[in-house]
Design a protein around this ligand. Structure first.
Ligand code: GDP
Ligand code: MG
Length: 219
């Protein structure tokens, strides 16, 4: 055979993605109010998800820095937007978790205000990665967030976390189920990426997807 079909050709964005996260990474700041956000600089992406879904662990796994973001066994603690610099072209934001069952109403209100303002007023925000626990799939508590993202017309993509907790067949099923649930949502990117921060599965895929996004945004 002379030509490589698309599926056999090596995907150059895998290497670009690896390099993207291989450079200097650092914590910029955590903010509790929108007027404290750092200036836009390069492409920005944000990680959203329920408390305890594994957002901070994923930031650490992607950057290879075990303690860059604080991993907590006490869900619902972070009520800040945490900004991280990834190399010289990317800012990553760890958003405050939602869906904490016993969260008092004022806390939910503060969360909603901060997140809405952030989603609406951040021109460099290229995509929100909405993290969903592989074991649970989309839950009722995720629905208002999907609505919010569709309403704000912010491009978003689902990343399944803790894939190490499922058998391959279960994971395929969960991925298909989530993709089907997103099919009619206008701002949802159709591909679901499954990851494990613990075992490393899917991290190269996610980095490649982010590298492609930066490429699209910069051209
Ligand atoms: N099995 C497994 N557990 C994980 C993984 N990622 C995170 N966790 C655990 O999930 C809990 C919450 O993680 P954390 O990153 O703090 O979640 P956050 O609240 O979304 O930032 C911690 O106990 C982590 O050790 C993973 O890939 N696999
Ligand atoms: Mg966290």
């Amino acid at each position: 055979m002379n030509d490589l079909s698309a599926s056999e050709a090596p995907d150059p964005s895998v290497e670009t993605g690896r390099l993207l996260f291989a450079g200097e990474c650092g914590f910029i700041k955590g903010v509790v109010a929108f007027d404290q956000v750092p200036e836009n600089d390069g492409v920005e992406i944000a990680f959203a998800g329920r408390s305890n879904v594994g957002k901070s662990s994923l930031v650490n796994a992607l950057t290879g820095r075990k303690t860059l973001a604080k991993v907590s066994n006490t869900p619902g603690r972070t009520q800040e937007l945490n900004f991280f610099r990834i190399g010289d072209r990317l800012t990553l934001v760890d958003m405050p978790g939602y869906g904490f069952a016993s969260a008092p109403a004022p806390k939910v209100k503060a969360w909603t205000r901060l997140v809405l303002e952030y989603l609406r007023k951040r021109p460099n925000l290229a995509r929100v990665y909405l993290l969903i626990d592989s074991r649970h799939g989309l839950k009722n508590t995720d629905m208002p967030v999907l609505e919010l993202l569709d309403a704000a017309a912010v491009s978003y993509q689902i990343v399944l976390t803790k894939a190490d907790q499922l058998k391959d067949a279960e994971l395929d099923e969960r991925r298909a189920e989530v993709a089907a649930a997103l099919a009619k949502r206008p701002a949802a990117f159709p591909v679901v990426i499954a990851t494990s921060s613990r075992e490393g599965a899917g991290l190269a895929d996610l980095k490649a997807a982010i590298a492609r996004l930066i490429d699209e945004r910069s051209s």
